[in-house]
Design a protein around this ligand. Structure first.
Ligand SMILES: C[S@@+](CC[C@H](N)C(=O)[O-])C[C@H]1O[C@@H](n2cnc3c(N)ncnc32)[C@H](O)[C@@H]1O
Length: 205
């Protein structure tokens, strides 16, 4: 089987739509992200840094596949997916990826004490948080930043028109890609880079 066929996610729209019909808030999307959108997300993620990559809310693996196509070794990727059927399918599709069926919003519980000190090169985030109050979103992302290596960033799939999580001075700065029109619906990738304010102040002193 060729790598393309092995990783093919064509035909995933039906199980995706069916799961959305059962859990619309948890799924947050009626269709998997397009190739163009996944490429934009992976291009902005700091995968060039050494270290493992964390993917939260992989669905059936469109972003996972793109990471691998962009040269990321599958052994570097840990993907946390809440839906057990999706997680099982993902593990079959990408046997070398560390797929965990669990809650990506609670990494302490899902990754456990053995992984507590692991630091990631990049976090790719696709869990819907539109119903979460903004203060909680900032607190959640602050906890993710504690798990990033220096220079590592978080990239987020969100259809929101304004920043889903506003900059938190001293922790992260929010920016976005241009809008990807070839996606349902068209959307930007939201990018969260470490805010070096504190470092800059120390260096200047
Ligand atoms: C909008 S879909 C994104 C799927 C895929 N990454 C894409 O871009 O097409 C959101 C995914 O997050 C999963 N999800 C929702 N809540 C989650 C949670 N708390 N932890 C892990 N995954 C979750 C859903 O089951 C779904 O697969």
């Amino acid at each position: 089987m060729s790598a393309k066929n092995q990783h093919s996610t064509e035909g995933d729209w039906l199980p995706f739509l069916a799961t959305w019909a059962r859990h619309p808030i948890k799924m947050g999307a009626v269709a998997p992200s397009s190739r163009a959108y996944c490429s934009m997300m992976v291009r902005h993620a700091t995968t060039e840094l050494d270290g493992p990559i964390l993917e939260l809310g992989p669905g059936l693996g469109v972003v996972t596949r793109t990471l691998i196509e962009h040269g990321v070794a599958p052994e570097r990727i840990t993907s946390i997916e809440y839906e057990s059927e999706f997680a099982q399918k993902l593990q079959r599709r990408f046997p070398k990826v560390n797929v965990i069926c669990g809650d990506g919003l609670d990494l302490d519980k899902t990754l456990g004490p053995a992984e507590a000190s692991e630091k990631y090169a990049a976090i790719l985030f696709a869990i819907p948080i539109v119903n979460m109050p903004h203060g909680k979103r900032q607190a959640l992302f602050s906890r993710y930043f504690e798990r990033l290596r220096p220079g590592g960033n978080l990239t987020q799939l969100s259809y929101m028109l304004t920043p889903p999580v506003r900059s938190l001075p001293g922790v992260f700065k929010t920016s976005s890609s241009r809008r990807v029109w070839a996606n349902v619906p068209p959307a930007r990738v939201w990018i969260y880079n470490q805010d070096r304010q504190e470092d800059a102040r120390t260096e200047a002193a």
